[in-house]
Design a protein around this ligand. Sequence first.
Ligand SMILES: [Mg+2]
Length: 282
Amino acid sequence: MAVFFFAPLIRVKGWEYLIACRLFESHPPDLKGYITMFFEKIKKHIDNASAVSFDVFDTLLLRPYAKPIDVFYHIENQTGEFGFATERIAAEMRTREKNPGREDINFDEIYDEIDDKFKHLKQTEIDWELQVLNQNPEMKRVWDYAKSKNKKIIIASDMYLPVNVIKKALIKNEFADYDYLYVSGELAKTKHFGTMYEHIISDINLKSSKILHIGDNYHSDYKRAKKLGIKAVHYEQILQQFQKHNPRAKKLLDTSRIPSDIGTGIILSVSAWRWKKNVWEL
Ligand SMILES: [Mg+2]
């Protein structure tokens, strides 16, 4: 469990833990109605579709951070490998610049590019991702509903991580029984440019209007999908939902800072998951 993994950090930042305990308690009374409406709306879309496609990061699976790059700063903090985060981010950027014709790059290429002194952290990063990724309980409900209606399940991710790592994370978090899996780092086609959707439509041989796609990126998951005739639902990230509904949570974390305050980001993310889970169980 993530909470045990982060326990030392929570102990050090005792005041944040206390605030988080208060945050758990509060949610506006209309929230149950709001999420019921969301679920009812998604159910209707699923009923009308033959296949349901899910984004992975920040949709099916959640990292306990305010921003994706915070994972690198957390690894640096915990391993004492000073400079890792900055170099890991820069190495990814350099790899993209060296491959201007390619829509996406992959994990091996990033670690070929990274400074020699950080190459040994390749497996650490993979292990870290597998340890911190958690199931989104809200999306698990949507997934289970789609499965109960015998819809084909598609996973579509714009991600540099190896396919086998994404598969492991999905299995670990009870999203194992999908029909198709597409990952941009391997396919070199992306949702961002729309080419992954074109590939999916021809690969599974379905009309685009019979596919429903759900994801958190407004451009890649919503606008690009819709442009190709796919039904799309934009899913707002849980931490953003939490901060919208909880002014105290919003005040605690300035997401424009780089890096974010890792400790506060973790506490608020875990609080947001628990808040969402509690609301569903009301
Ligand atoms: Mg995403």
